[in-house]
Design a protein around this ligand. Structure first.
Ligand SMILES: *Cc1c(COP(=O)(O)O)cnc(C)c1O
Length: 480
């Protein structure tokens, strides 16, 4: 069993030090002036250098990451992040002060302009802002753009429609942008068509926010008709494009009638995210919404790039400086490494891998929405002697990161599996074999799964308590 390393405080022994310094030849001074201390400085661990190094290595080894193993976390697109991207993002030449004069950072601005060109070409949108720092931040920005556009037309509408298969951040973003959210039930097929939309399409509807492919992994095949119905009603179509991995090079949302969308650079374009790094959620808009995008905007001018800060029709700033620049560098590096002609392979292989896993597990797990799926598949725990949580916990014993569980909410005990394109057939076969073993165990010895995990440093946690009352620092006498 992989045990928790000893706390560094437990290794501490009076008098141990990690450094050897010569006798000081200047008078000693306290490190911090007495008057600035809140209390006595005590209980710093006293350890040697090698103990410190081993302590942190042992902690790091407990981490699970996409560099360590398969990570089929649905909706999160945990694909491999090529190391060349990291190398470029760390390049000294690219590290610039955010207040540096524009003529000294033309290269950085060119990177942003080129990334925007790529995004426009891949999505068919007229322009992008790269400012938002995450997908949800992009949604919020996009909805502010919608609001400003309608307000300028003197048509302040109040309602945003959101399908029950949309990502959970959508209603929160619409609400924060000042809208009342109304949910639309998707059809038995798992999508929204004109029939589902029509009863809700009242004159106060500002927009519909549609995740496509939706959180069931199903392509919203009626999206063109939906866009037309919305536009005829004076409403806009927002597309949550965080699942763009499934569409890359195959379909352009701008060609389908989408007015606003966001992209998750950190998902689709392979930059470390989640616990591993910051995000970036660019927002793309159709031509009629261009004037409302946030500032600053990077614009090509006179053979170089300029930055527009003042634009009376813009919604203003949504992020300090330019956004998450080094995520943009990684995304552009990823796209350039693939090249325009190979970018479509991303979606092809992501969809192929997801359908391979789906086909292999279809006979073993309930699939509540049998419609064809793209980059992920969502199973339910119907008919099993154990719960989804038990299966996820048992996966930990076999060394796999579990899939997304209990989301989307419209599937009972959902298991949402997104393998991504970066996995080999051998990796997928290994995962499928483990799932087969676990499902056999579930029938023969369900208690084994209910007790899982047993091979991890900590067993099943009280997740509610951990979220509500997290213990984030060590205090003497309180133990682990
Ligand atoms: C991940 C995701 C989001 C939110 O993106 P964050 O960067 O986590 O804020 C929104 N919609 C969908 C479909 C997603 O998968």
């Amino acid at each position: 069993m992989n045990r928790l390393p000893k706390l560094i405080f437990e290794l501490s022994r009076e008098g141990k030090v990690g450094v050897g310094l010569n006798e000081a030849d200047v008078p000693a001074r306290p490190a911090v002036d007495e008057g600035l201390l809140r209390g006595p400085v005590a209980d710093f661990p006293q350890v040697s250098e090698v103990e410190v190094v081993r302590h942190y290595m042992a902690l790091a080894a407990l981490n699970y990451s996409v560099d360590k193993g398969f990570y089929p976390l649905g909706s999160c697109t945990m694909k491999y992040n090529p190391k060349v991207n990291e190398k470029l993002a760390a390049a000294e030449e690219l590290q610039a002060h955010p207040y540096a004069p524009h003529d000294l950072v033309q290269g950085n601005l060119e990177i942003m302009a080129r990334l925007e060109d790529w995004l426009k070409e891949l999505t068919g949108m007229a322009g992008f802002t790269l400012a938002p720092a995450a997908g949800a931040h992009g949604e919020f920005t996009g909805m502010l753009v919608v609001r400003r556009y309608l307000q300028e037309k003197g048509d302040a509408r109040k309602v945003v429609l959101i399908p029950d298969s949309a990502h959970g951040t959508n209603p929160a973003s619409a609400h924060f942008a000042g809208y009342e959210v109304r949910e639309i039930a998707s059809s038995a097929r798992g999508t929204i068509g004109a029939a589902e939309l029509r009863p809700h399409l009242t004159p106060d509807v500002a927009a519909l926010m549609m995740t496509n492919p939706n959180t069931l992994g199903i392509f919203e095949s009626d999206i063109v008709a939906v866009a037309e119905a919305l536009h005829a009603n004076g409403s806009l179509l927002y597309m949550d494009g965080a699942n763009l991995n499934a569409l890359l090079g195959a379909v352009r949302p701008g060609d389908l009638g989408v007015d606003v969308m966001h992209i998750n650079l950190h998902k689709t374009f392979a930059t470390p995210h989640g616990g591993g790094g910051p995000g970036s959620g660019p927002v793309g808009v159709a031509a009629h919404l261009l004037p409302f995008l946030p500032v600053p905007r990077v614009r090509r001018a006179g053979g170089g790039c300029e930055v527009v800060y003042d634009d009376p029709r813009s919604i203003g700033r949504v992020k300090n400086f330019y956004g998450q620049f080094l995520v943009m560098v990684r995304a552009l590096a990823y796209l350039m490494a693939l090249g325009r002609e190979h970018v479509g392979r991303v979606a092809e292989d992501a969809v192929l891998n997801a359908n391979y896993v789906r086909k292999k597990l279809e006979g073993l797990l309930d699939l509540p929405y049998p419609a064809p799926t793209l980059h992920e598949a969502v199973f339910s725990d119907a008919g099993l002697p154990v719960k989804t949580l038990d299966i996820a916990k048992r996966l930990l014993d076999y060394g796999y990161h579990p899939f997304t569980i209990y989301f989307p909410l419209i599937v009972h005990g959902a298991m949402m599996i997104e393998p991504t394109e970066s996995e080999s057939k051998e990796t997928l076969d290994g995962f499928i074999a483990v799932m087969e073993t676990i499902l056999r165990e579930a029938k023969e010895n369900p208690e084994l799964l209910r007790q899982a995990p047993t091979a991890t440093p900590v067993r099943r946690l009280d997740e509610t308590l951990a979220a509500r009352k997290p213990v984030l620092r060590w205090r003497k006498g309180e133990g682990h």
